[in-house]
Design a protein around this ligand. Structure first.
Ligand SMILES: [Zn+2]
Ligand SMILES: [Zn+2]
Length: 775
């Protein structure tokens, strides 16, 4: 007995060993084959654009011309999963890729025919078949099984189901349940009903004879047969089956939506697959319509394009993105994305400049500056209307978008500081050109995009905190940059929201219910670009109008063309505005100032007004607008301390007028009370401490290139007690400068008289001779 047993045991052990060797060899062979023939699972999906609700609003075909949209795991609803598994592969979650029982049954059924195999395909094997299209032969079935094992090893069950739902053909060039749900039912896969899922699930079996929209009757018959089967298998409740049986099938094939095309093309160059934007489709479509209608009406004036961006100020998300007036308009370059194009910004950067000056304590809204001709190293800016306004407040200068005060303020602030801030706000072209930019940048002599400008203005709506507006979920939200203080921001908001402005749209009807907004216009050189960017607590809306051809148009201006469009958009998207406006922040206060200078008044100031200021930051220098001067009783000669006679003079108050204003008053024949000329017998003048002009040299002839005139330097040497000098060219005031500072000017032909007066009233004249030549 024991002997016999021993033999049996030996046999069993030997058998086990052999089986083990066979299994081990099979496993080695499988891995070897897997290594040689890796899974062909690189799938090319359609790029799709979704809105803030996750709905597909645009898509493109794959490289093999299929609508194959990736269904994410969270889009596979429990209902969808349950239905597909009940119909295709009941044991999906328990088999290892192939259903051994079913394969065995199919094998015996087919073994004598050795041709087509039928049935027995698991979901995993169907995925294998979809990845590599092969004829249904027995050897190919073996390959499919091999692939099925590979799939099961590499992916979990949910991922395999996801692959199945992404690859299964639903007729025509539609592949995957997402494209099918969208193109037949206009919805996402997780919103499909039991009846809809069942209808879809029978298409792959006979895609050419069961076409949705054409054979709906036949599809319903087949659908109901399956629903009945589900009822028999008790997969769903009776109620669920009854509802599904009663559901009509009205589906037909739709076209893929093509909304927000510019944003789609922009983002699909950077990201593949699903691009989740924050677009609000309703606002997007309304805005597209307004822009298209508006530009159609502007065609007579030869203004053919526009771009609009709307940012939700609370989330900093772009909810509307319109790149041109009509994408399908090939004549005027409708495919060009005007929202991302680099254009000259006109005056739209001025609010940031003044806010930065407020924060540096250099200016307050009521600070008075002179709007008269100036010259910066040969650069002589002019105002938009080519007029000058004399004394103006910063508030007035910003409201009226005056150029001279802006150039003066930029020079005061330092251009580099302004550029730094713009680079922090990701102004790409300005960063590239930073070395090339001059003071003219504040009047639009630089390159910006509508995207950048709208982002900048949304900082004004958020207490000066900048966050680059997010275009899609792929944009990681950065932490906010405090660009300007809440106080400076508030000052700008107050100025830009005044309604009695010259750039208020002319034809704006008072009956329209316009929400309160702050806005700034801009018009570029040559009237090529018109901008208007507005904001309130809810939205920032950036509007650009112009021509993609770059052609200038006489009628084009920010106020006349861009602002009416801005107002129309605000009036539509922010119709039910709660009228909530920006609160005065804690770091701002109100003070009394002299209205003639905007500085805290001295006892002599007579006209007082109130102004915002930033405590401990804004300048506290008191107004010195009035000075007491000793004059001869006939007021024809003035004295200084050293030359005033002991008796026989009187004291009189005079308003201080800078030389550049004196010159402007004289040119415009504006009378003002002038300080009488200084006592000619004053020894200070005779002491000979007048400035010495070192360059140009007195009496010398200078040759200037006619075509490309080089500016001449002005340099003088002054006495030690001098801090400022005033230059005059041909008796006309030219420029104020610090003692010892170089200035430049381009002379006219002929004799040129150059005078330099110091701040003590001492003067020096020279004459040079200028000849224009072709060098
Ligand atoms: Zn004053
Ligand atoms: Zn004197």
């Amino acid at each position: 007995m024991r002997f016999k047993l021993n033999i049996t045991r030996k046999r069993i052990i030997r058998l086990l060993k052999r089986t083990g060797i066979v299994i081990a060899s099979l496993i080695v062979l499988f891995f070897l084959l897997s290594w040689i023939f890796p899974l062909p699972d690189k799938i090319d999906y359609s790029s799709i654009l979704t809105d803030n609700k996750g709905e597909v609003i645009n898509a493109s075909l794959t490289s093999d011309d299929k609508w194959r949209m990736k269904t994410e795991l969270d889009e596979i609803s429990p209902l969808l999963r349950k239905t597909i598994i009940a119909k295709e592969d009941k044991y999906f979650y328990s088999h290892p890729g192939i259903n051994v029982v079913a394969v065995g049954r199919a094998f015996f059924k087919n073994i004598f025919r050795w041709k087509r195999t039928s049935g027995a395909s698991t979901i995993t094997m169907q995925v294998a078949r979809a990845l590599e299209h092969r004829k249904r032969t027995f050897p190919n079935k073996v390959i499919e099984m091999f692939r099925a094992f590979q799939l099961e090893l590499k992916y979990n069950k949910d991922e395999i189901l996801q692959l199945y739902l992404n690859l299964v053909p639903y007729g025509g060039n539609i592949e995957g349940v997402k494209a099918a749900a969208l193109l037949y039912f206009n919805k996402n896969p997780d919103h499909l009903s039991l009846a809809e899922i069942t209808s879809l699930s029978i298409i792959p079996n006979r895609p050419s004879t069961l076409v949705i929209g054409r054979h709906n009757g036949r599809i319903v018959e087949e659908r109901n047969r399956w629903l009945q089967k589900f009822a028999d298998d008790k997969v769903f409740t009776e109620k669920e089956i009854d509802d599904a049986l009663a559901e009509p099938l009205t589906a037909t094939r739709h076209t893929v939506p093509h909304y927000a095309p510019h944003l789609f093309y922009k983002l699909s160059r950077q990201q593949k697959g699903e691009i989740s934007t924050h677009l609000d489709l309703n606002t997007q479509l309304k805005t597209e319509k307004i822009v298209e209608d508006y530009i159609r009406a502007q065609r007579l004036r030869n203004i053919r394009n526009a771009a609009v961006i709307v940012v939700d100020n609370r989330t900093r998300r772009v909810i509307t993105y319109v790149g041109s007036s009509s994408f399908s308009d090939t004549l005027d370059g409708g495919q060009v994305n005007g929202a991302a194009a680099i254009r000259q910004p006109g005056s739209t950067l001025k609010p940031l400049l003044y806010a930065l000056c407020f924060d540096e304590g250099l200016l307050t809204p009521k600070t008075v500056v002179s709007d008269v001709p100036v010259n910066y190293e040969g650069y002589a800016p002019e105002n938009y209307d080519q007029k000058f306004n004399g004394y103006v407040s910063i508030e007035y200068a910003l409201e009226h978008s005056l150029n001279i005060p802006a150039v003066k303020s930029l020079s005061l602030l330092g251009q580099e500081k302004m550029i730094q801030q713009l680079i922090r706000c990701r102004f790409r072209q300005i960063e590239k050109d930073r070395k090339k930019l001059g003071l003219s940048m504040i009047l639009g002599g630089c390159g910006t995009t509508l995207e950048e400008l709208t982002g900048l203005f949304s900082a004004f709506a958020n207490e000066g905190k900048f966050i680059k507006p997010s275009l899609s979920a792929a944009d990681t939200m950065q932490s906010p940059i405090q660009l300007i203080s809440p106080a400076a921001d508030y000052m700008v908001n107050e100025i830009l929201s005044k309604v009695n402005r010259p750039d208020f749209p002319l034809n704006w009807m008072a009956t329209e219910r316009m929400p309160k907004i702050a806005w700034k216009t801009g018009t570029s050189y040559g009237r090529r670009d018109a901008w208007s960017i507005g904001y309130n607590k809810n939205y920032t809306v950036g509007v650009w109008t112009g021509n993609f051809s770059g052609a200038g148009v006489p009628d084009l201006s920010g106020a006349n063309i861009a602002t009416p469009l801005l107002f129309r958009i605000f009036n539509t998207i922010d119709y039910n505005n709660d009228k909530e406006w920006f609160q005065q922040p804690a770091d701002i206060d109100i003070r009394q100032v002299c209205s003639e200078t905007g500085l805290p008044p001295s006892e002599h100031c007579t006209s007082i007004t109130t102004d915002y200021f930033i405590p401990l930051i804004s300048s506290t220098r008191t107004c010195n607008n009035w000075q007491e001067i000793m004059v001869r009783p006939d007021e024809k000669i003035s004295y200084c301390k050293s030359c005033a006679p002991s008796t026989g003079y009187k004291k009189k108050w005079y308003k201080a007028v800078e030389p550049e204003m004196q010159s402007w008053f004289a040119d415009n024949r504006i009378a003002y009370q002038q300080i009488p000329p200084h006592n000619p017998d004053c020894e200070l003048i005779f002491k000979g401490n007048a400035p010495v002009i070192q360059f140009p040299a007195n009496g010398v002839e200078y040759l200037i290139n006619k075509k490309n005139p080089e500016p001449l330097q002005l340099i003088c040497k002054t006495a030690n007690d001098v801090s400022k000098v005033y230059w005059y060219i041909n008796n006309k005031f030219y420029k104020t400068s610090a003692a010892g500072e170089k200035q430049f000017f381009i002379p006219d032909e002929g004799p040129v008289k150059i005078s330099c007066t110091d701040d003590k009233g001492r003067n020096r004249n020279i004459t040079i001779y200028v000849k224009m030549v072709n060098l």
